[in-house]
Structure formats: structure tokens, C-alpha cells
Design a binder for this molecule. Structure first.
Ligand SMILES: NC(=O)c1ccc[n+]([C@@H]2O[C@H](COP(=O)([O-])OP(=O)(O)OC[C@H]3O[C@@H](n4cnc5c(N)ncnc54)[C@H](OP(=O)(O)O)[C@@H]3O)[C@@H](O)[C@H]2O)c1
Length: 252
């Protein structure tokens, strides 16, 4: 897909991968709709990028609130904005030890990472189907393939997203709507800056944004990177449970 002059919505554009995507996409003369909770950061970004992008709209929204998602789509529809590509990137992670088990954390993670994406897709479906075009690019993770220690809620949320997007891709095919699953390995962002464990093959958010943009241009079904982590996660995914558990216990 040619990106120039497209209207692209990005959730979680105030930081990390989403911010890097906004910065890169501004150079394509796109019209950007930037969404996150911290509007003041989005507004600063808009100020910085306004000469490059066609137009930029910043919208405050907690993606885990269906009411707030509905509100921003009311605005988008009122302004008769036609979204070509939605990059559903907003997400959170949380390390949690079993000794501090707290289902409230699971609710937060699932409401943001899973339901947050589902609420957006619900609003995008009618128009995309009617126009028989549009791209939904959802950010999952290479951590969707196994239950990693202390990240159970996060891994489970990303596994849910990956499976859900795969189903959606099949259902949307007859309507000409593309669904892309994006699976990053470790990317240097505020989310990973808290991690105390080793993060092999970590790449910059700018590098991640470039790979994602190239993948969207090629309309790839799955965009996964960096390659060494893709191979490693495939191998880890193939391990029998007892060997996986043995190796995991040596690492943590
Ligand atoms: N970094 C990695 O290594 C890595 C690897 C695989 C997958 N990912 C995925 O990539 C995505 C982006 O992560 P990142 O590393 O760039 O993290 P980040 O720097 O922490 O950025 C997360 C973004 O999501 C937004 N967000 C979080 N909760 C939200 C909510 N309830 N409503 C609206 N926006 C919300 C944040 O904005 P506000 O706080 O302003 O709302 C922020 O812009 C996530 O889905 C993450 O799971 C990251």
C-alpha cells in the first residue's frame, strides 16, 4: 500500500513504538490521528511534526474504556474522517511474582491490550466493510508463543491478540480488508526500560517503526522482528514442555 496522503490512526502514540511510528509516518505526508491518555504529550508531538504531516489530530482516550473509544469515533465520524490504516499499538506490561498475585493487574492488562483493541476494531468494521478497503495492524508480541515466568498476564494477552487477529484476517478477506499482526521482539522503550532481565537482540523504537512501516507497505500478514529473536522464539515454541521448563528454570 502506498502510504502517502493516507489517513492513519495510531493508538499509544505518546511513547515508544507508537511515537516512533508517528514521527516516521509524518514524513509520508500522512494525515495522522494520534491517540493516548496523555494528550499533552501528543500535542507536543503534533507541534513538532505539523510541518511534515498533512494534518495531525490528537485525541485523548483510555483505550480500555468502551465509552471513551465510542466518544473519539463520534468525533471522527462527525468530522467525516475516513481512516485508511489503524495501527492498534497501545499496550501495557507488568512483571508480577506469584507471591504478589493480583487479579486487578490482569484486568488492567487484558482491558488495555485485548479489549482496547477489540473496541477499536468494532468501530472500524462497518466502514471498512462498506468501503471494502482498510488495514488493521495490531501490535502483539513474540512473547505470544509461551508462558514466560512473571509475565503470565502479558503473554496471555498477547497470545489472545495474535489468535484473534488471525481469525479476523480470515473473516475480513472477502471484504478486501487487510489484517496485519505485528510481533516485535525486545524494543528499547519506556516499557522495557523497567526490565531487569537480559533482553537479547534489543532494537531501537525507530528501527522497529521502520520495519513495521515497510511491512505495512508490503501488506504482510505478519510482521515479526528482529530475525534472531524470531528464530529463537520459534525454537522455544517447539521445545517439549519438560525441556522448556528445565531451561526456563536455569534462566530465572
Ligand atoms: N517494547 C517492547 O519490547 C515490545 C515488544 C513486543 C510488543 N510490544 C508492544 O508494543 C506496544 C507499544 O509498547 P511500547 O514498548 O512502545 O510501550 P510504551 O513506550 O510504554 O508505550 C505504550 C503506549 O501505549 C499507551 N497506552 C497504554 N495504556 C493505554 C490506555 N489504557 N489507553 C490509551 N493508551 C494507552 C501509552 O500512552 P499513555 O500512557 O499516554 O496513555 C503509550 O503511548 C505495546 O502493545 C507492547 O505490548 C512492545
Amino acid at each position: 500500500m502506498e502510504l502517502t496522503n493516507r489517513t492513519i490512526l495510531i493508538t499509544g502514540a505518546s511513547s515508544g513504538i507508537g511515537e516512533a511510528l508517528a514521527r516516521r509516518l509524518a514524513h509520508f505526508k500522512c494525515s495522522l490521528i494520534l491517540v493516548s491518555r496523555r494528550k499533552e504529550i501528543l500535542d507536543k508531538l503534533k507541534e513538532e511534526l505539523k510541518q511534515k504531516a498533512n494534518s495531525i489530530i490528537t485525541l485523548q482516550c483510555d483505550v480500555s474504556s468502551k465509552t471513551e473509544v465510542t466518544k473519539i469515533f463520534d468525533f471522527i465520524h462527525d468530522k467525516k474522517i475516513k481512516i485508511d490504516i489503524a495501527i492498534l499499538n497501545a499496550g501495557i506490561g507488568n512483571e508480577m511474582k506469584v507471591e504478589n498475585y493480583d487479579s486487578a493487574i490482569a484486568e488492567k492488562i487484558f482491558n488495555t491490550n485485548v479489549l482496547g483493541m477489540i473496541y477499536f476494531i468494532e468501530k472500524l468494521i462497518p466502514e471498512f466493510i462498506q468501503r471494502r478497503s482498510g488495514i488493521i495492524a495490531g501490535i502483539s508480541s513474540l512473547a505470544d508463543n509461551r508462558g514466560y515466568s512473571r509475565s503470565g498476564f502479558y503473554c496471555a494477552s498477547k497470545a489472545a491478540i495474535s489468535v484473534y487477529l488471525e481469525s479476523l484476517r480470515l473473516e475480513f478477506k472477502p471484504y478486501g480488508v487487510k489484517v496485519i499482526t505485528i510481533k516485535p521482539g525486545f524494543v528499547k522503550t519506556p516499557m522495557t526500560s523497567k526490565n531487569k532481565f537480559p533482553m537479547p537482540f534489543i532494537i531501537s523504537a525507530e528501527n522497529a517503526a521502520d520495519i513495521i512501516i515497510k511491512g505495512i507497505q508490503k501488506e504482510k500478514r505478519v510482521i515479526q522482528f528482529p530475525m534472531p529473536t524470531v528464530i529463537l522464539s520459534r525454537l522455544v515454541g517447539l521445545l517439549p514442555t519438560n525441556i522448556y521448563e528445565y531451561l526456563a528454570s536455569k534462566i530465572i
